[in-house]
Ligand binder design. Structure first.
Ligand SMILES: [Zn+2]
Length: 199
């Protein structure tokens, strides 16, 4: 058996397992969770089998977000829930129980038993800056790899796109590492804590 045949969510999509659908479009379907954390708990999934968000094509991701927007609006209207959590869990460490990517849409009510606790950890500005550098570098390297593949002809594109890619590649190869925006000398002094407090 393939993974798709064994997958609970794929079986729901195929209609082999009955479900309470509340929303469907070309690429996604949303069903009521039969063990709801709260009243109106919805599971939103892509119809194609994907384990994590990284492999979901962009057009389907767009459909997922459009669906999430529509579903949260309707839930808010009919359930009068004062809050909603949208949760995507990747990997068992993060609490993923089924190997088919899903977004749980959980209406929240005062005094419900759902716990979504995100602790405020401790770090320092230097450590944050180092993390930012590593992540930005990885993004740059991945983009440069893509642009080089276009330049070499390994990835086929139109001549206009190829010219744009070559220009972008030249600009990226000249780029220097970003300055630490948290260092005193680089800051139009806005305290990170003050910004966070406004949210
Ligand atoms: Zn599946």
């Amino acid at each position: 058996m393939t993974e798709e045949q064994k997958c609970l969510f794929c079986e729901i999509v195929k209609g082999n397992i009955p479900s309470l659908k509340i929303y469907e479009n070309e690429g996604v379907v949303a069903v009521l969770n039969i063990k709801p954390a709260t009243k109106g708990h919805v599971i939103l999934i892509p119809k194609q089998h994907h384990t994590f968000i990284q492999t979901i094509p962009e057009d389907i991701l767009f459909q997922l977000m459009v669906a999430a927007k529509a579903i949260t609006a309707i839930l808010t209207q009919i359930l009068q829930c004062p809050g909603i959590n949208i949760i995507h869990s990747m990997g068992s460490t993060a609490g993923q129980k089924i190997g088919h990517a899903s977004f749980e849409i959980i209406p929240r009510y005062a005094g419900d038993n759902v716990k979504v606790e995100i602790p405020e950890g401790k770090t320092n500005e230097q450590e944050l800056y180092e993390h930012q550098k590593i992540i930005v570098k990885a993004f740059q390297e991945s983009t440069i790899k893509l642009l080089k593949a276009i330049k070499s002809g390994e990835i086929k594109v139109s001549p206009e796109i190829k010219t744009q890619a070559e220009k972008a590649l030249a600009a990226m190869e000249e780029q220097k590492a970003p300055k630490n925006p948290l260092k005193e000398e680089n800051v139009k002094r806005v305290k990170l804590e003050d910004e966070l407090g406004k949210l």
